[in-house]
Design a protein around this ligand. Structure first.
Ligand SMILES: Nc1ncnc2c1ncn2[C@@H]1O[C@H](COP(=O)(O)OP(=O)(O)OP(=O)(O)O)[C@@H](O)[C@H]1O
Length: 601
């Protein structure tokens, strides 16, 4: 056997895995409580089986009361039905624990990749992200499996032992001793199993890499006459992988030993000790009941535990280690700058927004969406952007937010050029709320606090109140309620995203049709709240009321942009007059207009 625990040295991080698992479980106490409730119901047959069989034998069949025996067995059938019905609840509760964990990991992996890409200035490595997200799926599946078998074993073992104690404490002791010995053997072997599993994964990756490189460069290898060396190199890795696989296979012997000791020995002990037990007053039914407890409860649960932990559990530890190493927990969202950089701290000596001679097109041969476009907003100003579909409103929002880079020209927010700052600093300058609101699985509070981690519950409640979101919060069950994005309507998701953005410390807020799924009354409340928020506001409007509330209106229609207050723009822009006429008739989204035309600003 090659490979020993010391070979893994610095890469060994089960402590990180344990801490991460503990944190996840602690954060989902409520869901775990539900899982425990359903598991208790599911374990009913494990608790009652031996006891009911013992009664059926002693009071029924051995006492020549066939009907009584059948009645006890009928009670057992009922318990089995209850247990089977509870299994559905177990899986639902399990999903509520596992899925948010998967979401968190996927979020972390993608953010880690984006952060690395932002730092390096290159695009995110899609292959790396794909590999990591595949690993996230492995972790999710193995975590779910692990939770199932550990929980299944605990509930089945405790139930069976309780049943055995109720039957005869002496029998319970005879069963518990070998069971604990089998468990001890398994637990003692776990660290070595983790090490060997890790080595197996690593040698497999090394082999894949070596074979792939050799295959890709086979012409050069032949041209240089280096076949022998390359083949030898791959052969060494094949040998290492085979050796690691044999070691992993040998570890299954340890699993079999623990199943034999903990699962089969109690059966043998019971059978051999039966005459001795009967001589001490234990009934034949009780001995039979004990055999039922061991053969249908304890032994299968132990086997599932050992095979589940020894298979999926090891995969869980090793794969989660990889994810934690590649995307450590601190690789989180580039958070906005702290509150003191917020709206109130915006520099008064600079305009809130200065857009200078911006030109942008989506491709080298595409028509420019904006040409030589300039705009200046004073701190606290409220601008509505209107125009037909395709005129470039969302593109302007993306350029101002620094999400896309202009072909030429510059954007400054509070005097800071958006193209020259980190994602974290940018998040402290502006907050963009797109039409498709992003809500993640987690508590309502976590969703609202996302851009303002220091906001306390009172601040969250005040924000909900200000934006008309209290009813939604109450319906969901308060700040600590878990939010399931797919269970929310588009309007409800927009409300959560709006409250989150309202709380953000950024001095510039940009709403890109961010309230289009809210009813007009709620939309008014939300927009008013944003208008009263300290800072500057840009609203891409889809109702006339939005434009009327703004200090100035910018009309984009592909021609020269028109900027002014409502009356001025009404007088100067035929597009605006058309939109106002349309909105007055049908206060909904603007009509689809002609495609954007290139024009000078
Ligand atoms: N990712 C993209 N790649 C190529 N062209 C794009 C892309 N996004 C938008 N466009 C084009 O750029 C122009 C401006 O689009 P933009 O989405 O900014 O308009 P809009 O005024 O926001 O429209 P809407 O009101 O429908 O959202 C349109 O012609 C659109 O087809």
């Amino acid at each position: 056997m090659t490979g020993s625990p010391t070979e893994d040295g610095p890469d060994q991080r089960p402590a990180g895995v344990l801490a991460e698992t503990g944190r996840t479980l602690r954060a989902r106490r409520r869901e775990l409580g539900r899982l425990a409730g359903w598991s208790t119901a599911e374990a009913l047959p494990a608790l009652l089986s031996g006891y009911l069989v013992a009664r059926a034998v002693d009071q029924g069949f051995l006492a020549n009361r066939f009907g009584t025996g059948l009645a006890w067995l009928g009670a057992l059938a009922l318990a089995v039905l209850v247990g089977a019905a509870a299994t559905g609840g177990v899986y639902r509760a399990l999903g509520a624990v596992v899925e948010p964990f998967r979401d968190e990991l996927a979020d972390r992996v993608v953010r880690g990749a984006l952060r690395a890409a932002t730092t390096s200035g290159t695009g995110p490595g899609s292959a790396a992200v794909a590999r990591l997200t595949q690993q996230v799926e492995v972790v999710r599946d193995s975590f779910g499996g692990l939770l199932m078998v550990v929980r299944g074993f605990l509930f089945a073992a405790v139930s069976a032992l309780l049943g055995l104690v109720a039957l005869a404490p002496l029998v319970a002791a005879l069963v518990a001793a070998p069971l604990l010995a089998g468990l001890a053997v398994f637990v003692a072997g776990l660290p070595a199993m983790v090490v060997h599993q890790r080595r197996y994964v690593r040698t497999g990756e090394a082999l894949g890499e070596a074979a792939g490189t050799a295959l890709a460069g086979h012409r050069d290898v032949l041209a240089c006459g280096a076949q022998d060396r390359v083949v030898a190199g791959v052969a060494t890795r094949i040998a290492a992988q085979a050796d690691a696989e044999r070691t992993v296979a040998r570890m299954t012997a340890l699993r079999s030993l623990s199943i034999g000791l903990g699962g089969w020995t109690p059966l043998a002990v019971l059978v051999l000790a039966a005459p001795w037990l009967v001589a001490r007053g234990v009934t034949a039914g009780a001995v039979l009941g004990a055999l039922v407890y061991v053969s249908t409860g304890l032994q299968p649960a132990l086997r599932a535990l050992v095979q589940g932990v020894g298979g999926g559990g090891l995969r869980y530890v090793v794969t989660l280690e990889r994810i934690l190493r590649t995307s450590p927990p601190d690789a989180r969202v580039p958070r906005p700058a702290p509150a003191d950089a917020g709206p109130r701290a915006a520099s008064a000596s600079h305009p809130a927004l200065r857009v200078r001679r911006l030109t942008f097109r989506y491709g080298p041969r595409a028509r420019p969406v904006l040409t030589d476009f300039s705009l200046t907003l004073a701190p606290g100003e409220h601008l509505a952007v209107v125009g037909p579909s395709g005129a470039g409103k969302s593109t302007l929002a993306a350029l101002v937010s620094g999400l896309v880079r202009p072909e030429s020209g510059a954007v400054e927010i509070s005097g800071t050029p958006v193209g020259a700052v980190t994602a974290g600093r940018l998040a402290g300058l502006r907050v963009l709320v797109p039409q498709e609101a992003y809500v993640f699985s987690g508590t309502l509070a976590a969703n609202l606090r996302y851009l303002r981690p220091d906001a306390d519950d009172a601040a969250l409640m005040a924000a909900l109140e200000a934006l008309g979101g209290r009813t939604l919060a109450d319906r969901l069950g308060g700040l600590s309620a878990t939010v399931v994005p797919t269970a929310l309507s588009a309007g409800e998701r927009q409300m959560i995203a709006a409250v989150r953005a309202w709380l953000a410390p950024a001095p510039l807020a940009i709403l890109d049709e961010a309230t289009c799924h809210l009813d007009p009354a709620t939309e008014t409340v939300v927009e008013r709240a944003f208008a009263h928020r300290a800072g500057t506001l840009i609203v891409i409007a889809h109702r006339i009321t939005s434009a009327l509330r703004a200090d100035r209106v910018l009309v984009l229609d592909g021609g020269p942009p028109v900027l002014g207050d409502h009356r001025e723009v009404l007088a100067r822009s035929a597009t605006y007059r058309e939109l106002v006429g349309y909105w007055d008739g049908a206060p909904a989204s603007p009509p689809a207009g002609s495609p954007a035309r290139t024009g000078p600003a």
